[in-house]
Design a protein around this ligand. Structure first.
Ligand code: MIG
Length: 681
């Protein structure tokens, strides 16, 4: 094969077969296309080269096809597969696939009219038709104004039209508001567009979930591309077309596939305090005492990497934490839960039990068999120095991780924080040839990288659950992949302590909610740098209206507890945190809803006003609903007069009960101790 032009395009369909009442196979010269109906509103489309096998395994998808009425029709030119809600049409000559709304016939999404799928080496790309953005100059018609939203933990605007993103889990320290690769990979997006149904303008939404853990790229159309595309560096072209017509219903369907959060323990909805790091134990005691003395509600205190002996996971620094069991019990009596950080790296050190035992049990990521016919674990540098990395894609390793957790869960610890699980190594060069178990399938780092963090969170969550005697544990993770919501909360990593980054983080959490990451949050006050007092005043207020509410700051930064900025700020923090606690029943109900339908707690206005162009503009993208009825408008700390947008409806100002008509932009003056919050009439 010549490699200077190795592009292979999907060509015409030569044969079709009905494999089961919900599964259909179409064959071309170079590929197999398998279409499976998962539900009335979910269609799985898989396209592989002839020499590939269908890979039936997914870490992400947990539901199997459900029974529904399916009709299949074929003639010599095309085939049509329909449910009550969706109708898929495939033209044999071009292998062009179109998915329509079965009820009104609207095209939801289709392959590009130029190309469908192309392979270049192991890289596979799917080209999608962009809907007409404006009325056609000659043909006329109506522009559909398609917008693209999603991808979970991605910066930028809510509408990602015109942007390209790649997914490769990355330790993105001090990320900017337009960073590309972040800590997690969520290859799911929605297309939102206007159409005409029976003479009426209607806004419709569909979803695409590209379940592929290799490095992926999403291009949402640009000047140089007359189509949108998504691509993976390897693996299958396997994607789900998800119907439902509204963002809420599409998300519900996506989370039917990938799962929803478990109901977290109530204490984890309370206020949480962290820093890198609190030590020795007397500092933690002081912290706990100060919260109580100052009557600032707080439920959770964190131990970052300094609780360990030389950063070795599953150990304690005996000097600074001589009696961890007593510490945990004492804090419990004061009403606090402790959350411990876990890093994946296991220090290479004789006498360190997890290392010796791990080697014996062969739980680490290995290099493939060498020419000399032996394998050996990969070694990379992280906090403890040279480390091996548990292969969390192996059940044996997950069980071994659990054995190591036992001493901690027996102390009554229910909170575990998974960091560095992209996995991050200094130099960022985890070798691509390293081998992962991948539940018995064996995969290289290229395929396993993006799933590593989720499997670490899974190992931690499943073991914590089994060991906590019926109590609900709390797991926090930095890295993830679609479905990680099943295992715990996700936070946005190392943000920057600036006003603009605060707004960017609020939007980021809005965006994460659009991918089923219902329990998400940012470091309140910012991790990197020193936060200005007036910025902290706002940040703590928004934090109180965030699903996950935790203050955190970096090593060697100034104190950043709620009282560290003077009395005025302390009072602001106390008031907002108290307000969060008053809202706890409401918040807990929102979490319950998330367990049922995948809705986030922090909801972009898109969920209700996808058809309103205003919500995609400037600062309005940072506004959100906290639960069902509370509208929070994010504004910068460096101004006092702000323009905010009240969408259609009637809104009561939370501070003074003033009634406001919706569907208008208004100017508001916001003092230091307030943020604009409205309640739905
Ligand atoms: O290389 O554990 O994002 O929250 O405080 C830094 C120390 C490692 C990164 C996390 C941050 C945490 C820090 N960790």
């Amino acid at each position: 094969m010549r490699y200077d032009n190795d592009t292979i395009f999907l060509s015409k369909i030569q044969k079709h077969e009905v494999l089961a009442n919900n599964m259909f196979l179409f064959t071309t010269k170079e590929a197999n296309i398998r279409i499976t109906i998962f539900s009335e509103e979910i269609i799985e489309i898989r396209i592989i080269r002839k020499e590939q096998q269908f890979d039936e395994f997914s870490y992400s998808v947990i539901s199997s096809p459900e029974n529904c009425e399916i009709n299949f029709l074929a003639d010599k030119n095309s085939a049509e597969i329909s449910t009550g809600k969706l109708r898929l049409h495939i033209t044999f000559k071009t292998a062009h696939i179109v998915v329509r709304d079965a009820i009104d016939g609207t095209i939801l999404t289709e392959d590009s009219t130029d190309y469908s799928v192309a392979w270049q080496g192991s890289v596979v790309t799917n080209y999608r038709q962009l809907k007409p953005q404006k009325a056609h100059p000659h043909v006329g018609g109506q522009g559909e104004n398609e917008r693209f939203v999603g991808l979970g933990e991605k910066t930028g605007g809510i509408d990602k039209k015109g942007s390209t993103y790649t997914n490769w889990n990355t330790d993105q320290f001090a990320y900017s508001t337009d960073a590309n690769e972040m800590y997690g990979t969520y290859p799911f997006y929605m297309g939102v567009f206007d159409t005409n149904v029976g003479g009426k303008k209607v806004t419709k939404t569909y979803g695409i979930f590209f379940d592929n853990t290799y490095k992926t790229t999403f291009n949402f159309g640009s000047m140089s591309h007359p189509f949108s595309y998504f691509r993976a560096e390897g693996g299958e072209m396997k994607y789900f077309v998800i119907g439902g017509n509204t963002p809420k219903k599409v998300l519900q369907n996506y989370t039917q596939l990938t799962g929803r959060i478990n109901l977290p323990p109530v204490w984890s909805l309370g206020f949480q305090q962290c820093r890198y790091s609190y030590y020795p134990d007397t500092e933690i005691y002081n912290l706990a005492k100060t919260f109580r003395e100052k009557k600032i509600p707080c439920d959770v205190l964190y131990l970052d990497i300094h609780y360990m002996d030389k950063y070795k996971v599953f150990t304690w620094d005996k000097k600074n934490f001589p009696n961890p069991q007593k510490l945990v019990k004492d804090l419990e009596e004061l009403g606090f839960h402790v959350v411990l950080i876990f890093d994946p790296g296991i220090k290479v050190e004789n006498g360190y039990k997890p290392y010796e035992d791990g080697l014996k049990k062969d739980v680490f990521v290995n290099y493939p068999k060498s020419k000399q016919d032996f394998t050996f674990p990969y070694t990379g540098n992280v906090w403890p120095g040279a480390c091996h990395f548990p292969d969390f894609t192996n059940e044996k390793t997950r069980n071994w991780w659990g054995e190591n957790m036992k001493d901690l869960t027996e102390m009554g610890i229910l909170g575990f924080w998974n960091d560095m699980n992209e996995p991050a190594v200094w130099g960022k060069d985890f070798p691509d040839i390293t081998e992962f178990h991948y539940e018995g399938q064996t995969a290289s780092h290229r395929k396993a990288h993006n799933i590593y963090g989720m499997q670490m969170a899974r190992a931690t969550a499943e073991n914590a659950k089994n060991q906590s005697k019926g109590k609900r544990p709390f797991i926090l993770t930095r890295a993830g992949y679609s479905g990680v919501q099943r295992y715990g909360a996700v936070w946005t990593g190392d943000n920057v302590s600036e006003d603009n980054n605060m707004l960017g983080d609020i939007r980021l959490v809005n965006n994460m909610g659009l991918a089923g990451l219902s329990f998400a949050g940012y470091d309140i006050g910012g991790f990197v740098g020193e936060v200005q007092t007036k910025v902290f005043n706002k940040w703590i207020a928004y934090g109180a209206f965030s699903p996950f509410a935790r203050c955190h700051t970096m090593i060697n930064s100034k104190d950043a507890e709620p009282w560290a900025f003077g009395e005025e700020t302390e009072e602001i923090a106390r008031n907002f945190i108290n307000l969060r606690y008053r809202l706890l029943p409401y918040l807990y109900s929102a979490f319950y809803e998330a367990t049922q339908n995948g809705m986030p707690i922090q909801r972009s206005l898109l969920f209700e006003y996808a058809n309103d162009p205003k919500i995609y503009e400037g600062n309005y993208q940072n506004q959100y609903f906290f639960g069902q009825s509370i509208l929070v408008c994010a504004v910068t700390a460096n101004q006092s007069i702000h323009k905010i947008y009240l969408p259609k409806g009637t809104w009561y100002n939370m501070w003074n009960d003033e009634k406001n008509a919706g569907n208008q932009e208004i100017f508001v003056e916001i003092p230091q101790n307030k943020i604009p919050v409205y309640v739905r009439a």
